[in-house]
Design a protein around this ligand. Structure first.
Ligand code: DGL
Length: 260
């Protein structure tokens, strides 16, 4: 059984890809909807929250964990790997590898939360693979609230103007590849593409799911997915169906994450 977590709904972009590739895998998803966003918090707080999230998933007896959150992957993965005896996958390595493979003009844009961009994690991974690649990073703190509040339609003018504002440096750099360094961002990919046409977008959650598929042998379940959240179940259900484009059924439960 695979455990997947995010600060909220963004990790569902990884679930979508896991279900496509491993339809029989049992999955437990935790979305920390009561404490989202993580990306505006300090590294210490992100590590504390991430440890609680992992402890919760381990209480469900998962065999491997996917951190479907750019902020946690960029700031806490080494601590989590040190502290917990379970294979832990993040989004940074897989997405950086993909960007290096895809870029033709060796210029890669990176967008993410404040904490992700501050960590420099995507840039370090890219530079370790190819010193000659130029990276341009911009934090986009308004994207997560826009997504969590449903400003996701391809024609949403507020989201388009926000994209214009944040993406101007990346546009000016001529980058041909953009890492959507936060798992919420693929939901507004059509708007981002309007502002950056002809730029290849790297979906971090989906790339991490592909990496998980390559490295973890299918464990053979029944394809059951249980969702746990730290805030209101009903609002998660409604939004999750939008993210996943499939029904989530009755398997959504509330958990008191502070107990873990
Ligand atoms: N999906 C998270 C990430 O990838 C959301 C960010 C947040 O909680 O601020 O970074």
């Amino acid at each position: 059984m695979i455990g997947v977590f995010d600060s909220g709904m963004g990790g569902l972009t990884a679930i979508k890809q896991i279900v496509k590739m491993m339809p029989n895998e049992d999955i437990v998803y935790f979305g920390d909807t009561g404490r989202v966003p993580y990306g505006t918090r300090s590294k210490d707080t992100i590590i504390k929250y991430a440890c609680q999230d992992v402890r919760f998933l381990l209480s469900k007896n998962v065999d491997a964990i996917l951190i479907a959150c750019g902020t946690v992957s960029a700031n806490a993965i080494s601590v989590l790997r040190e502290q917990f005896d379970v294979p832990i996958f993040g989004v940074v390595e897989a997405a950086a590898d993909k960007a290096v493979r895809v870029t033709k003009n060796k210029t890669v844009g990176i967008i993410g939360t404040n904490a992700t961009v501050k960590s420099g994690a995507y840039t370090s991974h890219i530079k370790a693979l190819d010193q000659n690649i130029k990276t341009v990073s911009t934090p986009c703190p308004l994207f997560v609230p826009l997504v969590e509040n449903g400003f996701t339609d391809a024609n949403n003018e507020i989201t388009r103007l926000t994209c214009e504002h944040y993406l101007s440096d990346i546009k000016a750099s001529g980058a041909d590849t953009l890492i959507l360094g936060c798992t919420h961002y693929p939901i507004i990919a059509p708007v981002i593409s309007k502002v950056l046409p002809c730029v290849e977008l790297v979906n971090t959650g989906a790339e991490a799911a592909v990496r998980l598929f390559e490295e973890v042998k299918p464990m053979g379940g029944t394809g059951k997915i249980e969702y746990y959240v730290s805030d209101d179940v009903a609002s998660f259900k409604a939004a999750a169906e939008l993210f996943l484009e499939m029904p989530v059924g009755e398997n959504v439960f509330k958990v008191d994450i502070e107990k873990y």
